[in-house]
Design a protein around this ligand. Structure first.
Ligand code: FES
Length: 86
């Protein structure tokens, strides 16, 4: 099973950017729905800070490259790659 790591870190007491403030929770929800709909052998891991805060929301396939400033559109190729890997 593949793991899609989504930073859902929030920084409520600072003006520094965080992935949660940029919509990463909704993105993680959407990914979980897509995984189910597409029947992919994958799971979403909601993560602490991944250390790329200025470029969030940050997502990565565990052990592989990051997707910065992630959107649904940017993550579709990742889902399609997982679909082909099944
Ligand atoms: S808050 Fe998401 S990478 Fe730091």
């Amino acid at each position: 099973m593949k793991t899609i790591v989504v930073c859902t870190n929030s920084r409520p007491f600072t003006s520094q950017p965080s992935c949660a403030h940029r919509g990463s929770e909704a993105l993680a929800d959407w990914l979980e729905g897509e995984i189910e709909t597409r029947g992919l052998d994958a799971t979403v891991d909601r993560s602490v800070c991944l250390g790329h805060c200025p470029y969030g929301p940050n997502v990565r396939l565990l052990g592989e490259d990051f997707y910065h400033e992630s959107t649904r559109e940017k993550l579709i190729p990742l889902l399609e790659a997982l679909d082909k890997a099944d």
